[in-house]
Design a protein. Structure first.
Length: 611
């Protein structure tokens, strides 16, 4: 049966509440999402919108640091807690600005995994905040790390293989720049859980084995670089659903750290436990993904590492994390209008009843007239049976197209009436009928662009309407996007059902929100069918209201085409020349057409219609 609050108490983390039948920010002046969207749309913007809420990034940063510091204090741990944000999770300017602004008080740093990300980290990181560099590196990227150290950045180059360490040795000999801190990524035997478990384990893409680690220590010692070896690093997977694999990895990495200290790595002082701190995406209690709290996570990390070091007689290391999903997933909401319901035209006003109708049509008319709460399920069954019979009669040529149209309309009208009348009497039979009678909602968005993890990995995101939450939502929902691709669909799942409202889009607009989309979705999104990144903005909420800042509209048609390498000026010239050569319209019509054409070319690629 339909859920009343769409699991907002499960995935919402108290960030959102329902007030006056609308989804509302649970912060200061508590604006509704619908009011924010309507204000943005008053400027003429159409298509999907990404709303960013920087205060939620601030909340997550504060929660991460406060929780770990509390755990450190409770067990008298001697090391410090430090963290960096992995830029690969979301490199968009509004996000990075919020991270660096709200993270400054905690000395929160950035992690880079490519040359471009390293340049971004060097330009955006506040003074003294850590920078870690992961991923495969060439000599040029390593040289950039030396330059960052020379500029005064607190940077650590994490080695993924012996060849990278050899390059560090070469660069250190070839230049007089300051040598950055060196980290070594461990290829642990332990692996994670869930979709991203392959990030860990003996067959993992990154890291040094035990044998390679010993070779690395010798190489560092031989080249007088051992004192620059400051950190060991491991990562067993993003979105860890269960904490047990992390405990195994911590024991393994902690013992390796202690052994390295005893082998003479005196300046080694930090363990980077990577990312993986999960957030909740489930909308139903039975589908919960995360089996632990942030408090349990931090307590286990701090206690286990402290216990290992105490037994080994080794000083407690500083603890680094790189949990980007935890920091930014909740801050962004994708809002999209529904363009069409595919039974929308099945309304009684569309009926064209003849003076003489087939007997089954007459029976449907009678069912529609007499359906009530007591007989609704029975009449619904009868209507569905009649529709199948009428389709057969049409195929055999016994009824015409108008009869078929009347049959479809009447059956859909009866379905809607029956579901509405039966809402107070939920039964297993009604649930089965709702699953069978799915409605298709066309959303003005691209799943490939805005929800790529759903398309590629089957990752579900919380979805709910922004309004009408005081009304029953009885239609099992199948969502279609506007791409020309059958995979652009979020199908109805009987195990994690989504029910939406039966609305008349001729009379009102209907908006859906896709929540917890702030991690990876924007950076991985693709321009399938040349749909660009949606319009985005930041919403700053105060005690007396809110302000909408940094509105960045989705790219225009010409800009999207130009991004592929086409010359937008040349395209415009070719279109104008084609119009000028036309012999089918007058000069006045050509001028009018050109004005409309240029207007369209500089609008974004999403559908405009009434939505």
């Amino acid at each position: 049966m339909p859920i009343n609050n769409y699991g907002i108490n499960i995935w919402g983390d108290a960030n959102y509440i329902i007030e006056d039948s609308e989804v509302t920010l649970n912060h200061l002046s508590k604006p509704s999402l619908l009011s924010i969207v309507n204000e943005i749309r008053q400027s003429g913007l159409r298509g999907p919108i990404i709303l960013r809420f920087p205060h939620l990034i601030q909340k997550q940063i504060e929660t991460l640091y406060t929780t770990f510091r509390r755990s450190i204090q409770e067990v008298n741990y001697k090391g410090e807690f430090k963290a960096v944000f992995p830029l690969k999770v979301n490199q968009f300017p509004q996000v990075v600005e919020a991270i660096t602004t709200h993270g400054k008080a905690f000395n929160y740093g950035l992690e880079a995994g490519s040359k471009a990300e390293l340049i971004l980290a060097m330009s955006q990181t506040s003074s003294g905040a850590p920078i870690t560099v992961n991923g495969f590196k060439d000599t040029e990227m390593i040289s950039l790390g030396f330059m960052a150290a020379q500029m005064g950045h607190n940077i650590t180059l994490t080695i993924e293989g012996l060849a990278e360490l050899e390059s560090i040795v070469e660069v250190s000999k070839a230049c007089n720049l300051k040598i950055p801190s060196i980290g070594i990524r461990l290829r642990l035997h332990s692996s994670g859980s869930g979709v991203w478990a392959k990030s860990g384990g003996s067959d993992a893409k990154f890291g040094l084995s035990a044998t390679e680690l010993l070779e690395a220590i010798n190489l560092l010692r031989e080249n007088d670089l051992l004192d620059y070896f400051h950190m060991v690093h491991f990562h067993i997977g993003s979105q860890m659903e269960d904490i047990t694999p992390l405990k195994r990895a911590l024991r393994e990495a902690g013992n390796i750290y202690a052994e390295l200290k005893k082998m003479g790595a005196e300046k080694l002082h930090a363990i980077n436990i990577g990312g993986g701190l999960a957030i909740e995406y489930a909308q139903h209690s039975a589908d919960r993904l995360r089996t632990y709290t942030i408090e349990e996570f931090s307590n286990d990390v701090v206690f286990l590492l402290g216990d290992i070091m105490n037994k080994k007689g080794v000083e407690h290391p500083d603890i680094f994390t790189e949990s980007g999903r935890f920091i930014v997933a909740s801050h962004a909401v994708l809002i999209t209008p529904v363009l069409e319901l595919f039974s929308q035209d099945h309304q009684e006003k569309s009926l064209r009843i003849k003076e003489s109708n087939p007997p089954l049509i007459e029976e449907l008319l009678e069912l529609n007239k007499l359906v009530n709460a007591k007989n609704s399920i029975e009449y619904l069954h009868d209507a569905l049976d009649h529709m199948e019979s009428l389709f057969t009669l049409f195929d055999l040529g016994y009824i015409d197209l108008q009869d078929r149209s009347n049959a479809e309309i009447l059956v859909h009208v009866i379905i809607k009436k029956a579901l509405r009348l039966s809402k107070g009497y939920p039964t297993t039979e009604l649930e089965k009928l709702q699953i069978r009678l799915q409605e298709h909602y066309l959303i003005n968005a691209s799943i490939f662009q805005s929800l790529p993890d759903y398309w590629g990995l089957g990752q579900r995101f919380p979805i709910m309407p922004l309004h009408k939450l005081d009304e029953p939502a009885l239609r099992s929902a199948n969502l279609w996007d506007i791409t020309c691709d059958s995979d652009g669909e979020i199908g109805f799942s009987s195990s994690s059902p989504l029910y939406l409202h039966d609305v008349d889009l001729d009379e009102e607009e209907y908006f859906l929100g896709f929540f917890n989309v702030g991690a990876y979705q924007e950076t991985l999104g693709m321009n399938h069918n040349l749909f660009s990144h949606p319009t985005e903005c930041s919403v700053i909420i105060g005690k007396e209201g809110y302000s909408i800042e940094n509105i960045d509209e989705a790219s225009s048609l010409l800009k999207v085409i130009a991004s592929l390498g086409y010359d937008e000026t040349q395209i415009l010239i070719q279109l104008k020349n084609s119009l000028a050569r036309s012999t089918f319209i007058t000069e006045e019509e050509k001028s009018d057409t050109l004005q409309k054409l240029e207007l369209y070319l500089y609008q974004n690629s999403y559908l405009r219609t009434t939505n």
